[in-house]
Design a protein around this ligand. Structure first.
Ligand code: ADP
Length: 401
């Protein structure tokens, strides 16, 4: 069974074609700069071929059509025809309070995803459009599954997801904390249970997904009980270009002082803040680590802020869960930066956290235990695409499609 996994962002469309009989990735790629001049597709195959083509993608629909062409023709060809694609799994940013788990896609599901556009303005509309393009190109007989970034967090209790603003706005606009990166948090916390043989009941873990976007989740009894991202993926930790949590008065103060419109302040907080805004140098963590080693104070400050905030969330989530069995690091920074992990864990001995320095520095690229204390610390590389493909396979098989 070959499953196509689609991850449509605001101006990109990433994909993987996976053979689910052996969970082997046959090809993967990315259509970039959709709707922007200079759009291109980069495509890699499992036998080492790499194709890069400039093409014109005014919208996600043309990008999707192009990726089907690249999979079936030319230098990057990996299948003879689109008929070999048995099912498609789509990553969806926002499922509102409606979608608590992955679901088979019907016309109503696509309309719902489109209708959540206020909650995910940059992602939900192109994701719905991609689903429509996919249905048109592959036909009704190819089942599609939606896997939501928000659904893993739907188990949070009210006390964790409500904001302290008048209740009517929750009723009127569904204004609440949703949380994101759910597919990654679900995979990493579930994988930890699998590799350690622990039961979900009674197990308390904190998952730190640290990348360009970062979020931390408290998982108790296998379920999410709290997470750092909020109504949108802007909340919580300082990130590459996102501010993370700020006092809401900062927003009104800056609007008053600088005359920013709502769109301008949103762009400032989402695209010009975080590592980039603090350092004035780069949004990339590696650049900051290198610059701070060369004595750049603001690069060091950005790194310090990030690591300090992670430490605080680990402590607060241990308190929220009434204990802590493991801290799990994932994402580009979580998986690769031994320095960040060391600094985050330093001083957390009171929580039973004690890193094994050699193991922490050991770059295996695989799951591995990096601690020697009572509370385990693991590096677990995330695999969102495989999780989407597995959900897709399971739902399609269950439905007898
Ligand atoms: P995204 O959130 O876009 O999926 P990733 O999870 O791939 O991003 O993470 C990208 C981040 O990981 C970048 O900031 C990059 O600098 C950082 N990163 C990758 N390797 C290292 C490393 N060895 N040390 C520190 N940071 C790293």
């Amino acid at each position: 069974m070959k499953i196509l996994v689609i991850n449509a962002g605001s101006s990109s469309l990433k994909y993987q074609l996976i053979d689910m009989d052996n969970e082997h990735v046959i090809a993967k790629g990315n259509c970039e700069r959709i709707g922007i001049e200079g759009s291109l597709i980069t495509h890699k195959t499992d036998d080492g071929r790499k194709v890069q083509l400039e093409s014109n993608f005014p919208t996600h629909t043309e990008a999707f059509e192009k990726l089907l062409e690249v999979l079936t023709t030319g230098e990057g060809k990996v299948i003879d025809s689109i008929a070999e694609i048995s099912a498609v799994g789509h990553r969806v940013l926002h499922g509102s309070e409606v979608y608590k788990e992955s679901t088979l896609i019907t016309d109503k599901v696509i309309d719902d995803i489109d209708s959540f556009r206020e909650l995910g303005p940059l992602h939900n509309p192109p994701q719905a459009a991609t689903m429509r393009a996919c249905r048109k190109a592959l036909g009704e007989s190819v089942p599609m599954v939606a896997v939501f970034d928000t659904s893993f967090h739907q188990t949070m209790p009210e006390k964790a997801f409500m904001y302290g603003i008048p209740y009517e706005y929750y009723e009127k606009y569904s204004l609440r904390k949703y949380g994101f990166h759910g597919t990654s948090h679900r995979y990493v916390s579930g994988h930890y249970l699998k590799i350690t043989g622990k039961k979900p009941e009674g197990t308390k873990v904190v998952v730190c997904h640290l990348g360009n976007g970062s979020s931390i989740t408290a998982v108790k009894d296998g379920k999410c009980v709290d997470t750092t991202m909020g109504f949108t993926p802007l909340d919580g930790l300082i990130m590459g270009t996102r501010s993370g949590a700020v006092d809401p008065s900062v927003v009104t103060f800056m609007m008053n002082k600088e005359g920013f419109t709502p769109d301008e302040i949103s762009s400032l907080l989402n695209k010009k803040s975080g590592f980039l805004g603090i350092s004035g140098l780069s949004s990339d963590a590696r650049d900051l680590v290198n610059a701070s080693k060369e004595g750049n104070k603001r690069a060091k400050l950005a790194c310090d802020m990030f690591r300090y905030q992670i430490k605080k969330y680990i402590g607060s989530y241990a308190a929220a869960m009434g204990g802590l069995d493991a801290v799990l690091f994932t994402g580009g920074i979580g998986e690769n930066s031994d320095e960040a992990r060391a600094e985050v864990c330093e001083g957390l001995e009171f929580l039973g956290i004690e890193l094994d320095d050699a193991e922490n520095k050991n770059k295996t690229g695989k799951d591995h235990l990096i601690s020697k204390g009572k509370t385990e610390v693991w590096v677990i590389p995330t695999d969102e695409e495989m999780t989407i493909a597995r959900d897709t396979k399971e739902l399609v098989e269950k439905a007898g499609k």
